[in-house]
Ligand binder design. Structure first.
Ligand code: SAM
Length: 221
């Protein structure tokens, strides 16, 4: 489990409840364990395990054919999503950090799922308007200052009944706190604004769940 995960979720759900739920998950394979250790050591944020379990269950249950991940980092979620897809389905992933892209390519080539993953290199704000596919599921996990701009573009790329799955909407507990450390003030305001737009978006039926660091779950009408 990444350090980020523990820190994020502990303020929202009791630590013993998290530990209990984590104890029910199956063991990771070697590559996933290596990626978790790498991310933890190098302070690269990855999706926490309970949110990931939710995302993978959703992917399977919706029989997703096209999924887009916005913010791939080292490919931790991407590889695991690819692992639950049907043979004809693909995960497309956008990443702008050259360093993370190199790491992701290295891990993906070790994963055996390379043929199920399509990578777009660059800023999602520039790439999203060029995409032609309509997606069953979009997983938004990028810089928080980009969330608001990405919201409408993502909704436009969803199929009817497609799901927008967004991480970090409780932002380590800060979005609901009355006092926010100065280091987090700007990002917290950005996420609070995003949350209001997300919950009242005319094309979405939305909810925010206290899973992990707060998961936004919006279904396109
Ligand atoms: C939280 S990490 C993603 C973790 C990944 N989803 C996972 O669960 O393994 C966020 C990543 O998004 C990338 N990112 C942030 N804003 C972006 C943008 N506008 N376009 C493309 N990538 C972006 C960052 O470089 C970083 O690697």
């Amino acid at each position: 489990m990444s350090g980020k995960t523990k820190e994020s979720v502990n303020r929202i759900v009791k630590p013993n409840q998290i530990d209990y739920l984590l104890s029910l998950l199956n063991e990771d394979d070697e590559l996933i364990f290596e990626m978790e250790s790498f991310a933890h050591k190098n302070k690269i944020p990855i999706l926490d395990k309970l949110s990931l379990q939710f995302l993978l269950t959703l992917t399977k249950s919706k029989q997703v054919e096209n999924i887009l991940e916005i913010g791939m980092a080292i490919g931790y979620s991407t590889i695991q999503i690819a692992g639950v897809l049907s043979p004809s389905a693909k995960v497309e992933a956008i990443e702008k950090s050259e360093n993370n892209l190199q790491l992701a390519e290295k891990f993906i080539s070790k994963s055996g799922s390379k043929n199920k993953i399509v990578i777009y290199k660059g800023d999602a704000l520039h790439i999203l308007p060029t995409l032609q596919t309509k997606y069953d599921l979009i997983f938004l996990d990028a810089d928080k200052e980009d969330y608001e701009s990405i919201l409408n573009q993502s909704v436009g790329l969803l199929k009817s009944n497609g799901v927008l799955f967004v991480d970090n909407l409780l932002w380590h507990g800060h979005t609901a706190a009355s006092r926010v450390p100065s280091k987090y003030k700007k990002s917290t305001e950005q996420i609070r604004k995003f949350n209001r737009l997300f919950m009242s978006h005319p094309e979405l039926s939305s909810t925010i769940l206290t899973v992990g660091d707060g998961i936004g779950f919006g279904v396109k009408k």
